[in-house]
Design a protein around this ligand. Structure first.
Ligand SMILES: CSC[C@@H](O)[C@@H](O)C(=O)COP(=O)(O)O
Ligand SMILES: [Zn+2]
Length: 208
């Protein structure tokens, strides 16, 4: 439980971080931090904002019915449906969505399989898997234009022990119990997507 102003500040800080990595190009991406669990309320970026230079008024307070609380002329993220579906499934504390070249490439390479499996790499520990020879399967869902359908597809595919889902030729959703957890999971997934893609290219080239 946090106040709206705390959650708003967290969203702005997370956006600064993701933008500094180039993960929010051309106004893409959306970020949210939960304010209360019962009933669900959360702070989320408004639709169309340039997330690299968010102002406090670009972060809105919403409820589970996606109704904006308080006075604003802005509309919430078009992909709020995905955030609500994930909050309802996991009761997580923060959800981050970014578009990057590497997460898009991996989503395309493994789309037909419906998941990408990543094992034998140290950074799967950052996703909570510390066992010997741990492997994670990150689900990949189609990029449904119907955003309610997209929300259901992401939440249905999402696994309890892997805090991320790729959307084909679109981006990734990553989440965590706290904003710091969500950020760590997102960083790990982005690192692993770059690694998986570059390893694939190296193998095709016969370099490894
Ligand atoms: C500007 S292209 C990206 C959008 O279509 C969408 O995928 C996205 O991530 C941002 O939507 P938004 O409504 O601003 O939250
Ligand atoms: Zn998007």
């Amino acid at each position: 439980m946090s106040t709206f102003h705390e959650a708003q500040a967290s969203v702005m800080e997370l956006a600064q971080f993701a933008a500094s990595r180039g993960w929010l190009p051309a106004t893409s991406g959306n970020l949210s931090v939960r304010v209360s669990e019962e009933p669900l309320t959360f702070a989320i970026t408004r639709s169309g904002a340039d997330k690299s230079r968010l102002r406090p008024e670009d972060v809105l307070l919403l409820d589970a019915q996606m109704q904006v609380q308080g006075e604003t002329l802005y509309k919430p993220s078009a992909e709020t449906t995905v955030h609500v579906a994930l909050y309802e499934k996991f009761g997580c504390g923060s959800i981050l969505h970014v578009h990057t070249v590497y997460n898009n490439l991996v989503s395309e390479l493994y789309a037909e399989r419906g998941f990408v499996e990543i094992g034998g790499h140290e950074l799967v520990k950052a996703l909570g898997h510390w066992e010997e020879d741990a492997a994670v399967r990150i689900p990949i869902v189609p990029n449904w234009a119907d955003l309610h359908r997209l929300g259901s597809a992401v939440a249905d595919a999402a696994l309890a022990d892997v805090p991320a889902v790729l959307v084909r030729a679109h981006g990734v959703y990553a989440w965590g119990d706290t904003p710091d957890d969500a950020r760590r999971h997102l960083e790990a997934v982005e690192f692993l997507c770059e690694y998986v893609y570059k390893l694939h290219v190296a193998r095709v080239a016969g370099a490894v």
